[in-house]
Ligand binder design. Sequence first.
Ligand code: ATP
Length: 516
Amino acid sequence: MLTHDEFKGFDHKFVYDQWEGLGRLVSSPEGPSVEPFQKRLGTSTAMGHRVAPGGVQLQSLRAALKEVDQYLKNARTVLLLQNISRMPEWDATLSSALRAWAIDPSVITKGSVVFLVTDDVTSVVDDFTRDFAVVISVDPSSAEERKALTTRIARELEIPVSPQRCADVVVATAGLNLHQVESVLLESYHRKREFDLDIIKELKSELVKRSGILEVREPQNSFADIGGYQAVKDFIRKFVINVLKDSERARRFALPLPKGILFFGPPGTGKSLFADALASEVQLPFINLVTENIYSKWLGESGQRMKSAIRLAEKMSPAIVFVDEIDRFGKRGEAAVGSAGEETKRVFSQFLEWLGKPDREAIIVGTTNVPEHLDEAFMRTGRFDYKIPFLYPGEEARLDILKVHLGLKPGTRKRRPPLAMEDEELEQFLREEVVPATKDFSGAELEELVTRAKRRAFDRGADALEEIDFLEAVRTFRVDHRRRAQVIEDTLEQARRFTDDQTFLDALQEEMGVKI
Ligand code: ATP
């Protein structure tokens, strides 16, 4: 990509590549090419290991950087570093070389330049060096570009790739730029001698994660792993899953596809779990937008980060884009002043614009504990198709959640611990003893309760979980009921304010035994 003959004014042009070692960029009538760099023997301690007739070729990164160092300081030199992301030595060696060159007066006065192609800026360029560097992000590739690249690499490596596999690779690498696609394909070939989809997906998740703003993962849960919340399940199935699964029919009805859903309610009530299960039910990738990393410590970069996140998420869509604690940038940031305030506003409006975009392919699922803090513009009809409240589970739901975490519920992937009672007997015990004693517990707390019961059984050297383990776990589990009563009241009030579907609210009232 960077082996272009654009560096005419430079006295020396070097390229370093993990596979090829150090080379010189040369121009010829046929175009630019790279010739291996030969270090003459006897001048200094050569660290390279490929011996060639004209000298020693420098293969190791350390040796190459050391060699080029003199050139950068003594003449106008350009160094391109590429394909180096998987080298064990690169972090420390490269970071310290870049840091030293960034402030070296000779390098600066000679006008020497170092280009680094990487998918992981933060681990090579430290905060200090970054102030002297220009970071240019490369756009994700188009499907045609990825197809052409996949075909070319398959031809070069002489591996047979069926049209179906090629199409799958194009989909699996969506969201990556061409440099990344190339390294993912080469790595897969290196490991398995083929383009293996599982390896490609795994490498892609790693690459995307390194951006620090998005994480892609396969959904882990289905609706069977969610205890209770039948009204929410029915609603989501009817208005989101069924529509997405039969989008052709929806189009015929000119029915807009759901694009944004907001889950609100107290912590631990299963909002993230529902988002994950939704992705699994509609068989779409689950992309997590890491909100805490959007606001960058480098002033002026948050807007850029948000832009890249949106661009990348769109390229990987259709997908469920999960935005936990959406309130982090769901308010205008009136409190912040100066440039930090400007930055907050910029991120806010970028997100808002994305949310309101009619042709958006990403389905945004946001969660918040404090919907009342969200800016009004967010809550306006059209931004989120549905706003769904999550209350504390009622009696039936609590029993169901306990059953999920004890592996008693059909279809759940949760493991069943050894139990001293028959299933029916245990269920009756849970219903009569545990459910009444766990009023206002969240799903997360019920899961924790099961863990504590298991821990207790383990600790006392038992072979299986017994009633006493549950009773002790309940007895010692502290929940602030006074404070919780207030939270429940607040959530009901928010449900009244934000949720506009009365049929859903009626079903919810009936299931949860509350008055909305
Ligand atoms: P927060 O607002 O703190 O992000 P949340 O509402 O998103 O919380 P989750 O993270 O989904 O809550 O819940 C934490 C864990 O609690 C889940 O991973 C799951 O194991 C358990 N849990 C919560 N609700 C349920 C449920 N209805 N059925 C089964 N497990 C549940």
